[in-house]
Design a protein around this ligand. Structure first.
Ligand SMILES: Cc1ncc(COP(=O)(O)O)c(C=O)c1O
Length: 383
């Protein structure tokens, strides 16, 4: 049995992982002005750090709230919670994307809004930006799931190069701002301490630790990451403190090792996107005709939507588990991962029903390099 995970270093096969380790040695400090098509950027250790920079620079009044759609990874909220801001949770539409109507109703209390393109689907950024302008709200486009360099209809943009993002260097982020930003000088001079060499090495080793175990996961391969976790060599994507709404990964610059890994992974991006698009089409061909399938332009995931949780459970059981595909996703919780203390995030169950419904009725299928046409065809063979 093979592990095809959306979350665990999906962009690193064994060769990529070895190349990542090789970047530990080396002296170059690549810059990304060409890739990002701007000089107005800072590279950070995570995307959450980029959000921390924004709020530190903006210094909004504490009575202003931070609007975040309620279908999201909790770490998007922690930089704001840590600094004493309250989150205004915004409901999402049937695709898991921020709902402009709900945002408009809550806008009068808001000072900043984060707009993510969930699973690569385009968020209604223009509509949000139009509403934001009327209320003097700072708009942050969150490109964690949809990487491009366009800076339009927003006041700043964040990118993530975390484990499961579009391009990965295991942990990294970027803050981009438009030429005309009145905060440009402050973003530029914001002090970013260096990441320790130990942190950089730990993160560079992570893909190898998993790649060594993935192909024989159930036959004992998982022992390798388990040992690495035990001896605290394996860094966590979301820490215990973050699940409690606390920021415990300090704002730092992106490590030079991570920059070198990112440079290589960026070069592979085009080819890998085309590969993902091909895999997505294969999924579409073999799925039952009545399945509600959507494939975003970057084929970041194949997204399935079901009418009810029961329909989703039936699909997983009848179509996947019976053919020995075991799937797990964001665990049915709106603010992920499972175990996030909703109270600490200022979220009351039932507050954003659209987000809760979406969390319980969607499923994403992998398009990453571990998922090959033959793996999907095997499903068809068993049909
Ligand atoms: C939509 C979205 N934005 C931002 C982030 C934060 O990215 P990072 O892990 O680089 O802090 C995540 C992380 O899971 C995310 O899913």
């Amino acid at each position: 049995m093979k592990l095809i995970s959306n979350q665990i270093n999906p962009h690193f096969n064994l060769w990529d992982a070895l190349c990542a380790v090789s970047k530990i040695g080396g002296w170059s400090k690549p810059d990304f002005a060409a890739e990002l098509e701007t000089k107005n950027y800072r590279l950070t250790n995570t995307a959450r750090s980029a959000l921390g920079i924004i709020i530190d620079v903006l210094k909004l009044d504490k009575d202003k709230r931070i609007a975040i759609p309620a279908f999201i990874c909790g770490v998007v909220a922690t930089p704001f919670l840590e600094r004493g801001y309250q989150i205004e949770w915004i409901d999402v539409d049937e695709n898991g994307l921020i709902d402009p109507k709900d945002f408009e109703g809550k806008a009068s209390q808001v000072g900043l809004v984060v707009v993510p393109h969930i699973f690569g689907q385009p968020a209604p950024l223009k509509a949000i930006s139009d509403i934001a302008q009327k209320h003097d709200i700072f708009v942050v486009e969150d490109g964690a799931h949809f990487l491009n360099t366009e800076i339009k209809d927003c006041d700043a943009k964040i990118l993530s190069f975390g484990r499961e993002k579009v391009i990965s260097c295991v942990s990294g982020g970027a803050l981009l701002w438009p030429e005309t930003s009145r905060y440009a000088a402050e973003f530029k001079k914001y002090e970013l301490p260096s990441t320790s060499m130990m942190w950089q090495i730990q993160h560079a080793l992570q893909p190898l630790i998993f790649a060594l175990g993935k192909y024989w996961w159930q036959l004992g391969g998982k022992i390798i990451p388990a040992i690495a976790l035990k001896i605290k060599l394996l860094p966590l994507a979301v820490t215990k403190a973050e699940k409690q709404g606390r920021e415990d990964i300090k704002i730092k610059a992106m490590g030079n090792i991570q920059k070198r890994i990112l440079k290589r992974q960026w070069r592979l991006w085009d080819r890998r996107t085309r590969q993902a698009q091909g895999i997505a089409q294969t999924w579409k061909q073999i799925l039952p005709v009545d399945t509600n399938v959507s494939i975003p332009q970057n084929a970041f995931r194949v997204i399935l939507k079901f009418k009810s949780t029961q329909d989703r459970t039936n699909f997983i059981k009848q179509y996947l588990v019976s053919r020995r595909w075991h799937t797990r996703d964001w665990d049915g919780v709106p603010i992920s991962p499972q175990g996030v203390k909703l109270k600490a995030f200022g979220y009351e169950p039932g507050q954003c029903r659209g987000a809760e419904k979406f969390a319980q009725t969607y499923l994403t299928l992998p398009t990453n390099i571990y998922c090959q046409t033959k793996d999907i065809k095997r499903l068809e063979k068993h049909a």
